[in-house]
Design a protein around this ligand. Sequence first.
Ligand SMILES: C[S@@+](CC[C@H](N)C(=O)[O-])C[C@H]1O[C@@H](n2cnc3c(N)ncnc32)[C@H](O)[C@@H]1O
Length: 263
Amino acid sequence: MTTNINFATAPGHQVLAAAGKKILRPGGKSATEQLFTWANFQPEETVLELAASFGESAIQIAKRFNVRVVGVEKNPDSVARARENIQAAGLSDRVTIVEGDIFHLEQITDKFDYVLAEAILTMQSNTGKAKVLSTIKDHLKPGGKFLSHELLIRDKKSEVHKNLSQSIKVNANPLTASEWLIACQDAGLTLEQQQTGAMRLLNFGQIVRDEGLFRTFKIFWNVFTNPNLGQRFSEMRRNFQKYRHDIGYIVFWAKGTSLMDNG
Ligand SMILES: C[S@@+](CC[C@H](N)C(=O)[O-])C[C@H]1O[C@@H](n2cnc3c(N)ncnc32)[C@H](O)[C@@H]1O
């Protein structure tokens, strides 16, 4: 377990990762699988992943679908860990991690068949979302697909925003399904398909489904044997449980300019 973080102040995803959790997206593994089904990746296609974290998704799709992935990640420790994971998976020729900020993607001049972004847009203000979505559109090839996995708000928007942001310690600014649609439209992206469901990231059953029995045991061992970690973990879990009817996950794909639009 990584212990060189301050559990009282660290962002929720760092706390969960320190506990041993690998899946940090609101809809878990199955929602990500839905995105992969919609994507229908073909060998040698290219994917830009925003906020690639430890390279989990990048490694998965490179291995399973033989695509090429460029991941962008801001946290230098996560970048180092992602690169180690990629090397260990023997995928250094197919997956590249760029240390950088999704708000400054000018350094990446290529266009991609897909842009994948999970659990990152929710953390941005409305202006931030608009900026990133417009950058996403600019990085898609004609006919390319934007694959998105985020937090959904159903009710009590401002209360949830305040309480989740406090317990996760990052801005938690989820949108309703129609607000996600409009945000895409405003950036020139057309939402094609979507799926929503319950947000059970820290439910025991969901953790077992996402992480497997062995890692679930390790996660709960870490949580129960480290009081500071345990306190943050329980606080987040309590809040997710409290607002279970008001929040959910959303996955959707949207297209940018079509081949025909480009003449
Ligand atoms: C909740 S995690 C999601 C990670 C990953 N997409 C996943 O689904 O497992 C958020 C990640 O986004 C990264 N991140 C946050 N803000 C970023 C930014 N502006 N540019 C690049 N990465 C960022 C964090 O360092 C962290 O690794």
